[in-house]
Each structure stands twice: as structure tokens, then as C-alpha cells.
Ligand binder design. Structure first.
Ligand code: NDP
Length: 273
């Protein structure tokens, strides 16, 4: 049986085993998928052991995404740009790394009918998640991407790192000018039930607001977006399921149905509220 796994620390919260087992059931693949808690200082050893025991591929989550990139023999362009990997697979003795977070986000936006072409996109935050999604957001041909971060210099550095991919600016919250078609919260503020210092004037009645975080009820950012009069407020659960779908496709060549798994996770989350 083909073995897959997700590595992280902590890992017991991970929804990846459920998602991938559902995808395997949908597409009639015989595979196993487990969650592996790698010791903080032994991720490479844990990964090598998994491969020796028949592991074919793996997902990687915090805090190992950057280290995973450094272990690969070959990276996809988007993983190289992100400097982080969430999907690994072995082929002909070589370890390949990809980053499917950005494609997962863009697919989820697409699924909701949100067209990024010629759009004005505001991205809040400049951490690992934002770095991971910027290559795909810029590849979707927006008019401009503005990255705003509490520590403005980090957003400026990201804009510099990605300027060859499209129109991108970076700065602090006070530097944000104009209104946006899509506003993506890529900060971890929602995890602490707080809101980045964002002015509601950036929202117009046609804006879509997207929080990469998710929970069993709308996040503070989603609530803020609703009050600010946005057209819609989405959570990152769809991104999670869609990034997994891209990994699954890379590994098996089969196309699962993320929408039904999204619904299943939503039901589970509602039960915990
Ligand atoms: P990082 O720790 O790498 O970055 C955190 C970012 O949030 C930084 O830019 C930080 O700003 C900012 N921040 C934290 N608290 C606040 C605050 N109170 N106000 C304003 N800004 C704040 O985290 P990640 O990039 O890995 O994760 C970011 C979010 O994305 C998390 O909520 C995570 O759960 C989510 N995520 C969702 C995924 C999905 O599939 N749905 C996948 C990956 C991540 P500063 O630089 O100034 O400290």
C-alpha cells in the first residue's frame, strides 16, 4: 500500500489525514495517510525513516516547511520562490518539493466565482503563509497586489523579492491607499481573536474578504468584513482542502472533489461550536 503522511510539531490538530483519506475513498485509491509528530530537531531523520519504511510522499506543516525546502533535490518554481515546501514526493531516488498553498487559495477563490484578473488585491501579513501564496496570486494577473504588515519592512522585502512577477507594493497599514476587490488576511491575528489594524475604508460593496485562518465560527476578520459592507467573507478552510487536493493530484494523478470534503469539515467544525 502506498504510504503518505503529514509531518509537523504539533500535529494532532491536523485535518490532513481526514482530508486525504476522503480523497482516497472518492477516487478509489488504496493508500494510507498518517500524522507524524517529528521531534523539533529531528525532522530530516524522521522523514528519511518514513521513506525507508515505504513512504511515497508527504505534507509538511509548521515549523518544518522551510527546512523541508532545504532537503529537496529539486523544487518547483513556486516552492523556490516561497522558500518553503508543503508537499514532498520521492521519484527515482530524488526528493521533490512543491508548495500548493497558493494554488489552493486561488482555486478556492475561483470556486467562489472570484476572478483575480485585473483586480486590486490587498494582502495583510508578511509571514510564511503570505510568502507561500504570493507567486500564485501574482500569476493570476491582478492589476496590483499590495502587501501590508505590522512590521512594514517585512512587507517591503516581500514586494522586492516578488517584483519580477507582477505589480506588487509593500508597506505598513498606514501606507494602504484606495479600495480593493479582494482583501486577504494572511496574518495570524485571528488565531488570537484579534484584528490587524485595518481601516474599513479599504472595503467597497463589491469586495471579497478572505481569512486564511478558519474556525468553528466566523473569525474576527470575517465579522469585521461583514460590518464593513463587503460582498462576502470566506474562511481559509477552502484553501486548506484545495491545497490538499493539489498535493493529492501530484501524488496520484487522480482528481478528488474538494467541495464535498469541505462540507464534511464544516459539519465537523459546527459540531465543536
Ligand atoms: P507567521 O507566524 O509566519 O506570520 C504571522 C504574520 O501575522 C506576520 O506577518 C505578523 O506580523 C502578523 N501578525 C500576527 N499577529 C498580528 C496582529 N495582532 N496584528 C497584525 N498582524 C499580526 O504565520 P503564518 O504566515 O504561517 O500563518 C498566518 C495565518 O495563515 C495563520 O492564521 C495560519 O493559520 C494561516 N494559514 C492557513 C492555511 C490554510 O490552508 N488555510 C495555510 C497556512 C497558514 P509581524 O511580521 O509584524 O509580526
Amino acid at each position: 500500500m502506498d504510504r503518505y503522511a503529514v509531518f509537523g510539531h504539533p500535529i494532532n490538530h491536523s485535518k490532513s489525514p481526514l482530508i486525504h483519506r476522503e480523497f482516497a475513498r472518492q477516487t478509489q485509491q488504496t493508500l494510507s495517510y498518517e500524522a507524524i509528530l517529528a521531534p523539533l530537531d529531528q525532522f530530516p531523520q524522521a522523514l528519511a525513516h518514513f521513506h525507508q519504511q515505504g513512504g511515497r510522499g508527504a505534507n509538511v506543516t509548521l515549523p518544518f516547511k522551510q527546512q523541508a525546502a532545504s532537503l529537496c533535490d529539486q523544487l518547483s518554481d513556486r516552492a523556490r520562490l516561497a522558500g518553503a515546501v508543503n508537499t514532498l514526493y520521492w521519484q527515482d531516488g530524488r526528493l521533490y518539493g512543491d508548495n500548493t498553498d497558493g494554488e489552493g487559495l486561488v482555486r478556492d477563490l475561483c470556486h467562489h466565482g472570484i476572478d483575480l484578473t485585473d483586480s486590486d488585491i490587498l494582502v495583510l501579513g508578511a509571514g510564511g503563509a503570505v510568502r507561500g501564496v504570493l507567486p500564485e496570486l501574482l500569476a493570476a494577473s491582478p492589476r496590483r497586489v499590495v502587501v501590508a504588515n505590522r512590521t512594514a519592512s517585512k512587507a517591503e522585502s516581500l514586494a522586492e523579492a516578488f517584483h519580477s512577477l507582477g505589480q506588487i507594493e509593500g508597506g505598513g497599514y498606514a501606507d494602504i491607499e484606495g479600495q480593493f476587490d479582494v482583501i486577504i488576511n494572511g496574518t495570524s491575528a485571528s488565531l488570537a481573536a484579534s484584528l490587524p489594524p485595518i481601516d474599513s475604508r479599504v472595503v467597497k460593496s463589491t469586495s471579497w474578504c478572505y481569512d486564511m485562518a478558519y474556525g468553528n465560527k466566523p473569525t474576527v476578520f470575517q465579522q469585521w468584513a461583514k460590518q464593513a459592507g463587503a460582498r462576502g467573507q470566506l474562511s481559509g478552510l477552502g484553501m486548506l482542502v484545495n491545497q490538499a487536493a493539489v498535493s493529492f493530484e501530484l501524488w496520484t494523478g487522480k482528481t478528488p472533489d474538494p467541495a464535498s470534503v469541505h462540507e464534511l469539515l464544516l459539519q465537523q467544525l459546527r459540531q465543536t461550536s
